[in-house]
Design a protein around this ligand. Structure first.
Ligand code: ATP
Length: 212
């Protein structure tokens, strides 16, 4: 994917307008940061550009495809939004395998590699039910990145991570930046945003503006 364009997008719930006339261009090869207070609409924005919730007005273009017209959902995407949900009685590998089998793009070896890349032990056969919050978060990141998506959206990727986890996942995100990929992250930690992002957007009072 080369570009994701949001044109005159507004998003309303009941009578409350959450996002007003948003115009944004995301280009491949960059990491974008989205910041804003709790409840400012970051999650709504991310779900909207993925096609997970319909927009009230405006247009979202993923390259030459208009969301809701040419395509229903953004394809070739990986995302972690809110709390990752897994089948608790499956182990980490079984959970990722189940999702990987939908597209059939990646091998067992790829899955084991991504498990290691997020700092989990590929040999661990424990049920995800017994995972700590940070382990679930790491698995959520693994699930988002495992198929080498062209659009990667990570909502608060450092949630629940310990200090080593934060360092590892920061390095991992930076290493994922590449020519034909758009990465968008949110974080309430300004250090994450500064270290990782090429371009930063802030949502405030329903408007999204670029900070740098
Ligand atoms: N389905 C819905 N119906 C009505 N209101 C909703 C719905 N989903 C979210 N909202 C409201 O939209 C607003 C924005 O929520 P959103 O989750 O996008 O915020 P956020 O910026 O991601 O916040 P946080 O930093 O806490 O994650 C909130 O006031 C929320 O109550």
């Amino acid at each position: 994917m080369e570009q994701l364009i949001v044109k005159n997008m507004s998003q309303k719930f009941k009578d409350r307008e959450l996002l007003t006339d948003v115009n944004i261009e995301l280009l491949s090869g960059k990491i974008y940061g989205l910041i804003g207070d709790n409840g400012s609409g970051k999650t709504i924005f991310m779900k909207s550009i993925l096609g997970l919730i319909p927009i009230d007005t405006g247009e979202i273009w993923l390259d030459n495809n208009k969301l809701g017209k040419d395509i229903e959902f953004a394809t070739n995407t990986g995302f972690l939004i809110e709390v990752p949900s897994f089948i608790l009685d499956y182990n980490q590998y079984q959970n990722l395998k189940l999702l990987a089998d939908i597209n059939g793009k990646i091998s067992k070896q790829d899955i084991l590699q991504v498990i290691a890349a997020v700092g989990l032990d590929p040999q661990n056969k424990e049920k995800v039910r017994n995972f700590s919050l940070g382990m679930k978060q790491r698995l959520g990141i693994a699930q988002a990145i495992m198929e080498e998506p062209e659009l990667l959206i990570l909502d608060e990727p450092m949630n629940s991570l310990d200090a080593n986890g934060v360092t590892l996942i920061r390095e991992l995100i930076l290493s994922l930046k590449k020519e034909d990929r758009i990465i968008l992250i949110t974080s309430h930690n300004s250090e994450d945003i500064e270290l990782l992002c090429d371009v930063v957007f802030e949502i405030q009072d329903g408007q999204i503006h670029q900070l740098n």
